[in-house]
Write a protein that binds this ligand. Structure first.
Ligand SMILES: Cc1ncc(C[n+]2csc(CCOP(=O)(O)OP(=O)(O)O)c2C)c(N)n1
Ligand code: SF4
Ligand SMILES: [Mg+2]
Length: 487
């Protein structure tokens, strides 16, 4: 008898170091979740089919958005529903690549249905791996296009009513009805026999893609125990007893043998013209440029608050100002899946040298606009760093243990008095400008103008807000108000 030896497939990272927090060996998926099972099947297939080095995984918005923590292959995370459109771009630019579009039912069947159907109808040479768990898993269990009749979800508390919400979307049947796709199959991840069939279907789709035969879609019926409020075992029973009777497991199409490998015209990629569009030369004006930069300068800034407060724009304007002066910059946004109203933060790094990583784990300067963000990020102020917070939205400022100075600013109230509460971020920018003498005032002004280009009234308002922030903080700097004084 052979002894089974567990070996991690080479297409997985040995250690999941991209995953934040102390756990680097396990995935972030809930116990019993189908994503984890499918990830393993994919990693094994990429290794066995020798596809690891020329595969690009396109990650959706949904629980699998963090797939890049695990796979040691090229990858890109894209906006909600856009995976087949981005995959198309990759295929057209680099036809030698294998491109996998990995999507959930909300991502593929709701917001992204058009992208899917158009890519399928064009017969793009991609494999779409569709995880149908009948629910929006990531956002806490709302009804999806594939939610079953009478299934209770957060947004269908009395069960899906087919009179008002229609019947569940049968994606395989719909895609198979198109002429272009070559392979469409529905499988399930509920028991070892079905998982073996899923493994075979996946390998078939990847194999066809490798042979450049065109568009394949494999749908994986999958469990989301957390949102079904069932144990992992009962979730598998639910797939068997509820999902499979509605979504038949079947091969809907397999016509690859009738098709010749796809050939696209050689892509024309002129780097210079792309760069000219993305980074047009700008007159330096009265901004001092590169030659006078400090030679060894790096500053890490974090801006944090709610979606809608202009947090990401604030970071962009800071980055733009530094960039105009000739610094290297990075800007890394991060926001909750729900965006508006949810938390939002961004990290900006300004440096006179190349920046190895855009992540900011310890901020030299933290700009905060909400209680939630101060609670979360104030421990991340670097030793000797500075924090400025909007006192109108913060009732309690826990003293950051490392900060050299903490300033409070009534930014929102001042912004309201100026006539638009949305200028609170620019007031904060003005305050920040006092702390970063390495970036000239002219560069900040120019970045504000660029951000609001064409909207003269808004520019004038924001320039006023900038000046407000500048003056207010300079008087505070002399008194060095600290957190403990504010409590
Ligand atoms: C443009 C946009 N709209 C809505 C959202 C909120 N959102 C995040 S994930 C998600 C649905 C995820 O469900 P699904 O695709 O089924 O993935 P699962 O988590 O179940 O695997 C939604 C609606 C968003 N992030 N962006
Ligand atoms: S919420 Fe559902 S889909 Fe998301 S990780 Fe948990 S079990 Fe999986
Ligand atoms: Mg889902």
């Amino acid at each position: 008898m052979k002894k089974a030896v567990y070996k991690k497939p080479a297409a997985f990272f040995e250690s999941f170091d991209r995953r934040p927090g102390p756990i680097k060996t396990n995935m972030h998926y809930c116990p019993g979740c189908g994503h984890g099972i499918l990830h393993k099947l994919i990693a094994e297939a990429l290794s066995d089919l020798d596809m690891q080095n020329n595969t690009v995984m396109v990650w959706p918005v949904g629980c699998s958005v963090f797939g890049y923590y695990y796979f040691d292959v090229a990858g890109i995370s894209v906006p909600h529903g856009r995976a087949p459109a981005v995959a198309t771009g990759i295929i057209r630019a680099k036809p030698e690549c294998n491109v996998i579009s990995y999507q959930g039912d909300g991502d593929l069947g709701a917001i992204g249905l058009n992208e899917l159907i158009q890519a399928a109808n064009r017969g793009e040479n991609m494999a779409v791996l569709f995880v149908n768990n009948g629910i929006y898993g990531m956002t806490g269990g709302q009804m999806a296009p594939t939610t079953l009749p009478n299934q209770k979800t957060l947004t269908s508390p009395y069960g899906r009513d087919v009179n008002t919400e229609g019947y569940p979307l049968k994606v395989c049947e719909m895609v198979a009805a198109l002429d272009s796709p070559i392979y469409v199959e529905r499988v399930a991840l509920d028991n070892p026999v079905n998982i073996r069939k899923a493994r075979a279907a996946l390998r078939k789709a990847l194999g066809y893609m490798k042979e450049k035969k065109g568009f394949s879609l494999v749908e994986f019926l999958s469990a989301c125990p957390v949102n079904l409020k069932l144990s992992a075992e009962d979730s598998d029973k639910w797939i068997k007893e509820k999902m499979i009777p509605y979504f038949s497991l079947a091969k809907y199409k397999d016509i690859a043998s009738e098709r010749l490998p796809k050939v696209h015209a050689e892509p024309v990629f002129d780097r210079k013209s792309v760069e000219d569009i993305l980074f047009p030369e700008e007159p330096a004006g009265d901004i001092e440029t590169k030659t006078n930069l400090p030679s060894d300068f790096m500053l890490k800034i974090k801006c944090a608050g709610f979606g809608g407060q202009g947090i990401l724009s604030l970071g962009l304007i800071i980055a733009e100002a530094a960039h105009q002066q000739g610094f290297e910059v990075t800007w890394l946004p991060s926001y909750g899946p729900e965006m508006r109203g949810g938390t939002a933060n961004c990290a900006v790094i300004i440096s006179s040298k190349n920046i190895p990583s855009p992540l900011v784990e310890e901020a030299d300067i933290l700009l905060v606009f909400s209680q939630q963000s101060i609670d979360k990020f104030s421990p991340q102020v670097a030793k000797g760093g500075t924090m400025i917070y909007d006192e109108n939205n913060v009732s309690k400022c826990p003293p950051p243990k490392n900060a050299r100075a903490v300033y409070s600013l009534n930014a929102s109230e001042l912004a309201k008095n100026l006539g638009d509460v949305r200028t609170a971020n620019t007031i904060m920018l003005g305050a920040l400008s006092n702390l970063v003498p390495q970036i000239q005032r002219a560069a900040f002004i120019s970045a504000i103008r660029k951000n609001f280009a064409g909207k003269e009234k808004i520019i004038a308002l924001n320039l006023e807000a900038f000046e407000k922030g500048e003056t207010i903080i300079s008087s505070k700097i002399t008194t060095e108000k600290t957190c403990s004084q504010n409590e």
